[in-house]
Design a protein around this ligand. Structure first.
Ligand code: HEC
Length: 150
């Protein structure tokens, strides 16, 4: 028995017409990449492509929602497909301008979150990581500081 060369789904897709195509196009636009794999990075891109995801306002909730996927619970960092530096007991967080810069602009494997977070949210998550995970740095940043760092 010969197998048809085209997918058996093709006629159904053709019947569904442009509505299905539009839906697929919309999904692809949201996901940024239609070639999304199961890799953590592809998931991150899908997730971070949608600013509506970042509703939380508290530093703790923002950390859990936005940062923890890479920097891990407790800020312990991870090494695997990429290297995600530990934020726990990290002396580089002493100067608040550095984490502000990183959250807003990103660098290499760290995505920029400046357009996805408000000034209040940037300040909240920076203050959170500077005062948790064994970090006890003084001098909370304000929304105005976040705005000035953009
Ligand atoms: C998609 C993964 C990913 C996410 C999500 C992510 N980071 Fe990062 N982060 C990285 C990587 C990778 C680096 C190292 C960048 C480099 O090599 O320059 C980094 C570096 C940092 C640094 C500098 C650490 C150092 O020791 O130099 C800070 C601070 C930081 N991230 C904070 C955050 C915060 C806060 C969030 C959430 C708002 C966050 N990151 C979300 C991947 C991520």
């Amino acid at each position: 028995m010969r197998r048809p060369r085209t997918s058996s789904l093709a006629p159904a897709a053709a019947l569904a017409g442009t509505a299905a195509n539009n839906a697929i196009a919309a999904l692809c636009a949201v996901a940024i990449s239609c070639a999304a794999t199961s890799s953590a990075l592809a998931q991150a891109v899908e997730r971070f492509g949608n600013p509506a995801r970042f509703a939380p306002q508290s530093g703790e909730a923002l950390y859990a929602d936005v940062c923890q996927g890479c920097h891990m619970p407790g800020g312990v960092g991870a090494v695997g497909a990429g290297a995600y530096p530990a934020l726990a007991r990290n002396p580089k967080l002493a100067a608040s301008g550095y984490p502000l810069f990183m959250v807003i602009n990103g660098r290499k494997g760290m995505p920029p979150f400046g357009k996805l977070l408000t000034d209040d949210q940037v300040a909240a998550v920076v203050n959170y990581i500077r005062t948790h995970f064994g970090n006890e740095f003084q001098g909370a940043v304000s929304a105005a500081d976040a705005k000035a760092a953009r």
